[in-house]
Structure formats: structure tokens, C-alpha cells
Design a binder for this molecule. Structure first.
Ligand SMILES: Nc1ncnc2c1ncn2[C@@H]1O[C@H](COP(=O)(O)OP(=O)(O)OP(=O)(O)O)[C@@H](O)[C@H]1O
Ligand SMILES: O=C(O)C1=C[C@@H](O)[C@@H](O)[C@H](O)C1
Ligand SMILES: [Mg+2]
Length: 174
């Protein structure tokens, strides 16, 4: 059994939450969605935090909560904007394998209809394309494993992550 956390990162709507639950059941791990974790601790929805505090403060709040998260043997589906928090990513990387779910822009655009309702950390007027080009190098830099998700169902993405974990963890896997 894997003892480390499995930390799913990637753009909004890439499938971190959907795949995370499937993966946790398959690997016998716990599951945490960092968006839900933050909302519960804050007592308000992410879209409300963004609306009331603004993007920069939201990022600080998100980073603070992520740095305080004590997870063990857990699949963590992160929010897409967690990548902006250097300390949060250091914390997650210390006890976890960071897996970037890389989904092509065209697929993301089809899935991301209402950015505001979804609460995406994006400057007013910025396109999803620009956001992708801004974030992709950050996700790549932090990733221990990169999974291209194009053409795969959520269950197939979970299979691909599972296989990559076995390959990467080698003898620490039983
Ligand atoms: N591999 C896939 N194939 C088809 N649809 C998918 C796939 N993965 C996720 N989806 C769909 O895309 C949408 C977004 O998925 P999900 O909420 O899991 O993304 P996320 O990465 O957790 O996003 P966020 O960063 O906003 O939390 C959902 O409607 C989900 O059903
Ligand atoms: O990618 C993003 O900018 C975000 C995605 C959501 O999961 C939330 O974490 C938050 O609303 C920001
Ligand atoms: Mg999610």
C-alpha cells in the first residue's frame, strides 16, 4: 500500500476531483478535495471568498489552509490555483507525489463554460488560453508525474495514474 499522498494538480476542469475519488477507492487511500477543505474551514464558498476578498487575498487564504493540511496516505484533489502558492506546493511535495493531469486547451474550453460561477482565479479579461499558457509551465515544474488525459475517460485517467505510480514508486509499492 502506498504511504505517501497522491496530489493531483492541473487546470480547472481537468478532472482532479472526478479522478481523485476513483483513484482513492482503487488504491485504498483516503480522499480530500482541497476546495471542499477550504470551504469547510472558511464557512463560505470559494466563489464568495473570491467575490468578497479579491483574487490576491483568495490565493493567500488558499495557501494558508493548504500549508496547514496534515494528510497521510490520501489522494488530494487540489484546486487549480494552488500552483501559485510556493509554500503550499513545497508542503504538498514533501509528503506526496505530485501528478499533473494535462488536458489540452480545446477540451478545457469545452468544459469551462462559466468561469465566474466556477470561481476560477483569472484576471478580468484574461482568456482561458492565456491562463493555460501561464500555468502550464508552473504545473510542469512541480510535477513528479505528468498524465496526458486527452481521449481518456475518468476511469482510464485513474488507470494511467495508477500505472505511473507503480513505475515511479518501484519497491516502496507493495
Ligand atoms: N476524463 C474526463 N473525460 C470527460 N469528462 C471529464 C473527465 N474528467 C472530468 N470530466 C468532467 O469535467 C468536469 C470537471 O471535472 P472536475 O470537477 O473533476 O475538474 P477539476 O479538475 O476538479 O476542476 P477544479 O479545479 O475547478 O476543481 C466535470 O463535469 C467532469 O465530469
Ligand atoms: O483553477 C482555479 O483558479 C480554481 C479552481 C477551483 O478548483 C478552486 O480552487 C478555485 O475556485 C480556483
Ligand atoms: Mg476540483
Amino acid at each position: 500500500m502506498i504511504k505517501k499522498n497522491v496530489v493531483l494538480t492541473g487546470m480547472p476542469a481537468t478532472g482532479k476531483s472526478t479522478v481523485g475519488v476513483i483513484l482513492a477507492k482503487r488504491l485504498g487511500l483516503a480522499f480530500t478535495d482541497s476546495d471542499v477543505y477550504i470551504q469547510t474551514r472558511e464557512g463560505r464558498r470559494l466563489s464568495e471568498i473570491i467575490r468578497d476578498e479579491g483574487l490576491e487575498t483568495f490565493k493567500k487564504i488558499e495557501e494558508k489552509h493548504l500549508c496547514e493540511m496534515e494528510a497521510r496516505a490520501t489522494v488530494i484533489a487540489t484546486g487549480g490555483s494552488v500552483i501559485y502558492g510556493r509554500r503550499a506546493m513545497d508542503h504538498l511535495g514533501k509528503k506526496g507525489i505530485i501528478v499533473y493531469l494535462n488536458t489540452p486547451l480545446s477540451t478545457l474550453m469545452a468544459r469551462l463554460s462559466d468561469l465566474e460561477a466556477r470561481g476560477v482565479v483569472i484576471q478580468p479579461g484574461m482568456s482561458v488560453e492565456s491562463l493555460y499558457h501561464e500555468r502550464h509551465p508552473l504545473y510542469m515544474e512541480r510535477a513528479h508525474i505528468v498524465i496526458p488525459t486527452e481521449g481518456l475517460s475518468p476511469s482510464m485517467v485513474a488507470d494511467a495514474v495508477h500505472e505511473a505510480l507503480i513505475k515511479t514508486l518501484g519497491e516502496t509499492w507493495r
